[in-house]
Write a protein that binds this ligand. Structure first.
Ligand code: SF4
Ligand code: SF4
Length: 335
């Protein structure tokens, strides 16, 4: 069995629902072996990297990243994995389905939390599985170097997932898998081992614009471009400060959303037919499925830390969540 097949089999055995491989060819990693490869493939890989870099540069130039200053740092690394792991030749892209069969409480008085945050924080789960897969790679190729990330490193993971065939980046700028929709949490392993690459995914959005129409704040300024400073996910999770930092029209657009937003995902035809996950750690708690705004408004910092200690909701911090809750409560009242 080839090294690539063994790694993919082990990834599935560890609980990853999808796994794909992208070949890496960068200024930092190009070798004599690359020069013997098909020139048109290398040219297309270089073109993809350049397009990625141009898109990211333009997005940053427009200030669409808001206060997420870390996206500005290391922008070269974000588009060239050879600068993250010297000699990087392959990226193993991995995904776990987080869709559950539960429905959020839509009654007035309850907030809405994005589905990915209904269960336990996925970083620990990913880190342990990624580490086990790295160990396998080191057993198979003792000279190999590896580095793994799940959402935390300077890697444009959706773009590499698209290159690895996991899905395409839809007009809402999230990854869309033909099988799992957008309900995939992603991680990746960079390695110096040359693995057999998968075919990049094909964009199946076609003439559909449902996600653009569904966005409550007009954050999808054009197909495939999201202005994070208008996006409810950014406003409710990343943006610090009191409600004066959020323009009034955007506060209205937040509706009852207190952590993240699924509006552009909920309407996507590819998400409607996705199957629920088998992963127990993504099952919701009562707090995440049916968050009572009045109860949440009373949470002190200690209780917040205790209730959400294993939840992604911690990222908003106590002050941020309560700000979002207050906005949602105001949005309940007739104008
Ligand atoms: S997450 Fe919500 S606010 Fe952000 S682009 Fe999607 S629909 Fe718009
Ligand atoms: S809603 Fe339509 S345009 Fe948006 S990502 Fe899904 S298929 Fe593409």
């Amino acid at each position: 069995m080839s090294v690539t097949t063994t790694i993919k089999q082990e990834a599935r055995a560890l609980g990853f629902d999808v796994v794909g491989i992208a070949h890496v060819c960068s200024e930092g990693t190009r070798s004599a072996a690359d020069d013997q490869k098909n020139t048109s493939l290398l040219n297309s890989e270089t073109a993809v990297s350049q397009r990625l870099f141009d898109r990211l540069t333009e997005w940053l130039r427009r200030g669409y990243h808001g206060t997420m200053g870390w996206l500005e740092r290391d922008s070269n690394k974000r588009t060239d994995p050879g600068l993250v792991l010297p000699g990087c030749r392959s990226i193993i892209s991995l995904g776990v389905n987080y869709l559950t069969e539960h429905r959020a409480n839509e009654q007035p008085g309850y907030g809405r939390i994005a589905r990915y945050a209904w269960g336990r924080d996925y970083h620990k789960l990913f880190d342990s599985r990624l580490k086990q897969l790295e160990l396998l790679i080191h057993r198979l190729a003792p000279d190999a170097s590896t580095r793994s990330y799940s959402d935390t490193g300077p890697i444009v993971e959706k773009a590499w997932a698209e290159r690895a065939g996991l899905g395409w980046i839809g007009k809402h700028s999230n990854l869309v898998s033909a099988e799992y929709g957008s309900w995939l949490l992603l991680g990746e392993i960079l390695t110096t081992v040359v693995l057999d690459p998968d075919e990049p995914a094909t964009d199946l959005c076609g003439s559909c614009t449902l996600c653009i129409q569904a966005c409550p704040t007009g954050a999808i300024t054009e197909p495939y471009v999201v202005d994070a400073t208008r996006c409810v996910s950014y406003l409710t999770i990343e943006l610090r400060g009191d409600d004066s930092t959020i323009p009034h029209e955007l506060q209205t657009g937040m509706g009852n959303k207190i952590f993240g937003c699924d509006d552009c995902l909920d309407v996507c035809p590819f998400n409607l037919r996705a199957e629920p996950t088998q992963e127990s750690s993504f099952q919701p708690s009562n707090w995440s499925l049916s968050p009572d705004l009045n109860e949440l408004a009373k949470l002190d910092e200690t209780t917040f830390s205790m209730v959400f200690r294993q939840s992604p909701i911690r990222r908003a911090k106590h002050q941020g969540l309560l700000r979002n809750v207050a906005i949602a409560q105001r949005n309940l009242k007739p104008a």
